[in-house]
Ligand binder design. Structure first.
Ligand code: C5P
Length: 218
């Protein structure tokens, strides 16, 4: 009955959350989407009309902000925000806010607490490197940037976002990758002990099976 902690990292649109959710189901783990936490705070900043560069105001509102996961839904100050946090406006500001040191400190504390009570699979950018360096299993899930942009574009169209083009999404995803991987604190990078999973030419189920095999092998 050993505790199981699975850390999943990788760039935007690589399939991390879809794959992690399926693995959580099969292996009966709790799924924790850390990107959703940064997104929820970003949504609040935008809704309050705060400039994403105004660090002081962001830290002030963060003080009385609650972010919770209940039955796999994300709640910001008690209100379900699953859909709103996926909007492109939130996506395009989240990296600015998640590079702030105090924001990361608070999120990392919350994430570590969430991992204490259960067997978990947690996905993000710095899980294997910073948040849960002692995870039993680490995976770095990636795909070519063009493939990731295609997936995001398709996803946004399906959700009814208008006025977007593939070329624009490609630029946005490259920009977010750049900010996430070059920031000073906890930049996106593969932990040396993480298994690399390239999803470019694989189906979701192929990736899920590959990961489950690695976990079950021990
Ligand atoms: O995973 P997702 O695309 O929802 O993450 C949104 C953003 O949140 C990332 O682009 C990154 O800026 C930030 N993030 C982070 N650290 C994490 C998870 C997400 O900085 N562990």
């Amino acid at each position: 009955n050993k505790k199981i902690i699975v850390a999943v990292d990788g760039p935007a649109g690589a399939g991390k959350s879809t794959i992690s959710k399926k693995i959580a189901e099969v292996l009966k783990l709790e799924y924790i989407d850390t990107g959703a936490m940064y997104r929820a705070l970003t949504l609040k900043v935008i809704n309050k009309g705060i400039n994403p560069n105004d660090v002081k105001s962001i830290l002030e509102i963060m003080e009385d902000t609650t972010i919770e996961f209940i039955n796999n839904h994300v709640y910001l100050d008690g209100i379900k925000v699953d859909e709103e946090i996926r909007k492109n406006i939130v996506t395009n500001h989240v990296s600015e806010i998640s590079k702030i040191a105090e924001v990361r400190k608070k999120m990392v504390d919350m994430q570590r607490k969430l991992s204490e009570s259960n067997n978990v699979i947690m996905d993000g950018r710095d899980i294997g490197t910073v948040v849960l360096p002692h995870a039993n299993y680490k995976f770095f899930i990636t795909a070519s940037v063009e493939e990731r942009a295609r997936r995001r574009y398709k996803e946004l169209l399906e959700k009814g976002e208008k006025d977007i083009t593939y070329d624009q999404i490609l630029i946005e995803i490259k920009k977010r990758d750049e900010i996430d991987s070059t920031r000073e604190i906890a930049p996106l990078k593969k932990s040396p002990d993480a298994h690399l999973i390239d999803t470019t030419n694989k189906t979701i189920d192929e990736c899920v099976n590959e990961i489950i095999e690695i976990i079950e092998r021990g």
